[in-house]
Design a binder for this molecule. Structure first.
Ligand SMILES: Nc1ncnc2c1ncn2[C@@H]1O[C@H](COP(=O)(O)OP(=O)(O)OP(=O)(O)O)[C@@H](O)[C@H]1O
Length: 238
């Protein structure tokens, strides 16, 4: 069984009078330790897919299983606990809390876990070390560069030792040099710490660091090597 399994997953939204279906009966397997990138035209449902895998949103149909747990069957309260222990989320903008230090920002998700204070401290130190920011632990976000802030965001995503980390355009708001540093970091996390990654990006170069590249278009994954249709706006279903 794959670490992440999507079977027959569909998701629609009402937009005024129209219904759009960004995900239409899709299947996906992600094996443990894989690094999968996801590209596709704007509005095709990439973020929607990440939100479903991470249990932030629920599909209209189909099932999503992560490490043997059928996430789609969990109650709302169980889902919050499951997410805290099993899922890391890297955002395009780091979403750090400005009044907390780098250490405290990374510590935040561990407060939802039942850990001793020693283990909690070890996890935070390990995560900051993994992103090369041990010496910035006491700095506030405003005292960090954009790239350092993103690395704190990445440390926060891996601190709970999640089964899967999803990343939504993690380099989208970074300059080229900083983006390259973050790409190297993501590859290291995958290869050295064995973290399974699902990453959305608009940048083909960034996508190519992944071990498998997927393209989503018109509600489906395109076959390997195919390009999205040029007029690939989602067709409304009436
Ligand atoms: N909660 C929501 N309510 C209504 N419509 C939504 C909701 N979430 C997403 N959508 C719509 O679903 C479609 C897919 O959105 P999504 O954000 O997943 O696309 P995307 O591929 O990540 O786009 P981008 O590359 O621009 O970030 C869009 O048309 C969007 O407006």
């Amino acid at each position: 069984m794959a670490l992440v399994e999507l079977r027959g997953v569909s998701k629609s939204f009402r937009k005024g009078e129209e219904t759009i279906t960004p995900l239409d009966n899709i299947d996906l397997d992600i094996e443990a330790s894989e690094f999968v990138s996801l590209m596709g035209p704007s509005g095709t449902g990439k973020s929607t897919l990440l939100n479903l895998v991470s249990g932030i949103d629920r599909p209209d149909a189909g099932s999503i299983t992560v490490d043997g747990t059928e996430v789609t069957k969990l109650s709302r309260s169980k889902l919050a606990d499951w997410r805290a222990a099993n899922l890391g989320y890297i955002f395009q903008t780091h979403n750090l809390i400005p009044v907390l230090t780098a250490y405290e920002n990374v510590e935040l998700p561990t407060l939802l876990l039942k850990l001793t204070s020693t283990l909690r401290r070890q996890r935070v130190e390990l995560a900051l070390d993994a992103v090369g920011l041990s010496d910035r632990a006491d700095h506030y976000p405003r005292q960090l560069s954009g790239g350092q802030e993103q690395r704190v965001g990445i440390a926060r995503a891996i601190v709970a030792h999640p089964k899967v980390v999803v990343a939504d355009e993690p380099t989208g708001s970074l300059d080229t040099e900083t983006s390259e540093q973050v790409q190297v970091l993501l590859q290291r996390l995958n290869q050295e710490l064995d973290i399974t990654l699902l990453m959305v990006t608009h940048d083909q170069d960034v996508a190519s660091i992944a071990s498998r590249q997927l393209v989503l278009d018109r509600g489906k994954f395109l076959p390997r090597g195919a390009s999205p249709a040029s007029d690939s706006k989602l067709e409304p279903i009436h």
